[in-house]
Ligand binder design. Structure first.
Ligand code: FE2
Ligand code: FE2
Length: 171
């Protein structure tokens, strides 16, 4: 279990490198908003890494800070960037599932509980990137009548309403 947690810790560090490198690509490609989002998310992935580091130590384990593999090649364009990020998140979700699976097999209930925070987090991360991909599709789809669907969608979101959407409690 200790080995698997260390491997996931390194994996989260790599995820941070992915977001960092895509952020640098986006800034170079004049997407200031996107690069800002990606840099911030790189920090979030570092926080995931740190969360695992603290957990290993809190449980009396040994942390092994390992080499991180190189960041992937630059994406071709913004759509490619978002698609690849989604792939990275889906891949990471699978690794988290393996971690939870191993904890269950070893009857390590503390680590199973710990891994479940990440299971939930991955659902959020996949949803986040999926939503950005939806916006990209709207923004790049040409429609008759010269309607910019991206701006329309943004305006719809801002339209005043009485009701609020139930949000899951953050803890
Ligand atoms: Fe993460
Ligand atoms: Fe992530």
């Amino acid at each position: 279990m200790e080995k698997a947690l260390n491997a996931q810790m390194t994996q989260e560090a790599w995820q941070a490198q992915v977001y960092l490198s895509y952020g640098a690509w986006a800034e170079g490609a004049h997407y200031a908003g996107t690069s800002d989002f990606l840099y911030k998310h790189a920090h979030e992935e570092r926080e995931h890494m740190f969360k695992i580091l603290k957990y290993i130590l809190n449980r009396g384990g040994k942390v092994k800070v390992d080499a991180i593999q190189a960041a992937p090649a630059d994406p071709k364009d913004l759509g490619d960037c978002l698609k690849k990020l989604l792939q990275h998140e889906v891949e990471n979700s699978k690794l988290i599932d393996h971690l939870a699976d191993l904890a269950h097999k070893e009857r390590d209930w503390a680590t199973l509980n710990f891994a479940q925070w990440f299971v939930k987090e991955q659902v959020e991360e996949e949803t986040l990137v999926n939503n950005l991909l939806d916006l990209y599709v709207l923004a790049t789809t040409k429609k008759d009548g010269n309607v910019n669907l991206y701006e329309l969608d943004r305006d719809i979101a801002k339209a005043s309403q009485e009701a609020t959407i139930p949000q899951e409690e953050k803890f």
